[in-house]
Design a protein around this ligand. Structure first.
Ligand code: HEC
Ligand code: HEC
Length: 227
C-alpha cells in the first residue's frame, strides 16, 4: 500500500486533501503516533499502563533528551521495549521518532519545578555497580514495610520475583525507585509514607544504586540485554 501511495496516482491527487489517507510513515502528529504505537504499554495519557509511565514529572525532570530519543529509537534490548527507528528494524521514520521524543516533554512536563536534589536518571560513573548489602539495609528502611522483609510481598505485591525482574533493566529499576509509580501508589524516592521507617530521609543517588544492586541480585545478576 505505501508503494502504491508513494507512486503518486493522480486520481488520488484530485481528492480533497482531508479525504486522503495519510500513509503511516507520514504521520507526524504526536497524539496519533503515541496512541497507535505506545499507549498499549505506557498507558493512555502516559500513565497506568504495564510499562513505566512517561507522563511523570520526576521522570521528565531527570531523563536527558538524548537518552529519551535513544531509548525510543533503539529500545531496551532484553526487555519488552522495542526499537522503533527504521534503521534498527522498527516501524517509525527518524522524523517520527523526533516527534515522539520532543512531544513527551512538550505535552507532559509539568510547569512547576519538581523537588530539588533528585538523584540523576543514570547512575553516575563513580556509583556504577552499587552494593547489595548496603541495598538490603536501605530496603529494610524504605521498602520492606510495603513489599515484605525479603521483598516477597507484604501489604503490596512482591518485587523479589525473578520472572518479573528478568523483564526489567537496571535502568528501569533505578527509575522506579526514584519516581515511584504515583499511578499505582508506589512512593517516590523522597516521600515519607506509612510503610517507611520513621525518620525516613530522601534516598540519595548512592542508596538508589545500592537498591538496584539488591534487586538485580534477586534477578540473578546482569541487566537484561547486557548478559
Ligand atoms: C507505601 C508502600 C510502598 C513502599 C514503601 C514501596 N513500594 Fe514499591 N510498590 C508499591 C505499590 C503499591 C506498587 C504497585 C504494584 C504492587 O501492588 O505491587 C509498587 C511497585 C513497585 C515496583 C514495580 C513497578 C511496576 O511498574 O511494576 C517496584 C520495582 C517497586 N515497587 C520497588 C520498590 C522499592 C525498591 C522500594 C523501596 C525503595 C519500594 N518499592 C517501596 C508500594 C510501595
Ligand atoms: C510492548 C510494550 C511497549 C511498547 C509498545 C512501547 N514500550 Fe516503551 N518501554 C516498555 C518497557 C517494558 C520499558 C522499560 C524497559 C526497561 O528498561 O526495563 C519501556 C521504556 C521506555 C522508555 C524509558 C523509560 C524510562 O523510565 O527510562 C521510554 C522513553 C519509552 N519506553 C518510550 C516509548 C515510546 C515513545 C513508545 C511508542 C513509540 C513505546 N515506548 C512503546 C514497553 C513498551
Amino acid at each position: 500500500l505505501s508503494l502504491f501511495l508513494a507512486g503518486g496516482c493522480d486520481w488520488h491527487v484530485r481528492q480533497e486533501p482531508r479525504e486522503k489517507p495519510v500513509p503511516a510513515n507520514q504521520v507526524v502528529d504526536f497524539g496519533e503516533l503515541y496512541d497507535t504505537h505506545c499507549s498499549g504499554c505506557h498507558g493512555k495519557d502516559g500513565q497506568s499502563g504495564p510499562a513505566p509511565p512517561l507522563n511523570d514529572p520526576i521522570f521528565l525532570a531527570i531523563v536527558p533528551d538524548p537518552e529519551l530519543h535513544r531509548v525510543i529509537a533503539e529500545g531496551r534490548p532484553g526487555t519488552l521495549m522495542p526499537a522503533w527507528a527504521e534503521s534498527k528494524g522498527g516501524a517509525l521514520t527518524d522524523p517520527q521518532v523526533d516527534v515522539l521524543a520532543k512531544g513527551i516533554k512538550e505535552r507532559w512536563q509539568a510547569a512547576a519545578a519538581p523537588a530539588a536534589d533528585i538523584p540523576p536518571y543514570a547512575a553516575p560513573a563513580g556509583q556504577a555497580g552499587g552494593n547489595r548489602d548496603a541495598g538490603a539495609r536501605v530496603f529494610a528502611m524504605a521498602c520492606a514495610g510495603c513489599h515484605g522483609d525479603d521483598g516477597r510481598g507484604g501489604k503490596v505485591g512482591a518485587v523479589n520475583d525473578r520472572a518479573f525482574l528478568e523483564l526489567l533493566s537496571d535502568q528501569a529499576l533505578r527509575r522506579f525507585v526514584i519516581t515511584g509509580r504515583p499511578d499505582l501508589d508506589m512512593p517516590a524516592f523522597n516521600k515519607a509514607t506509612p510503610g517507611r521507617d520513621e525518620g525516613f530521609k530522601p534516598l540519595t543517588s548512592a542508596e538508589v544504586g545500592d537498591l538496584v544492586a539488591l534487586l538485580a541480585s534477586w534477578r540473578g545478576g546482569g541487566s537484561p540485554g547486557e548478559k
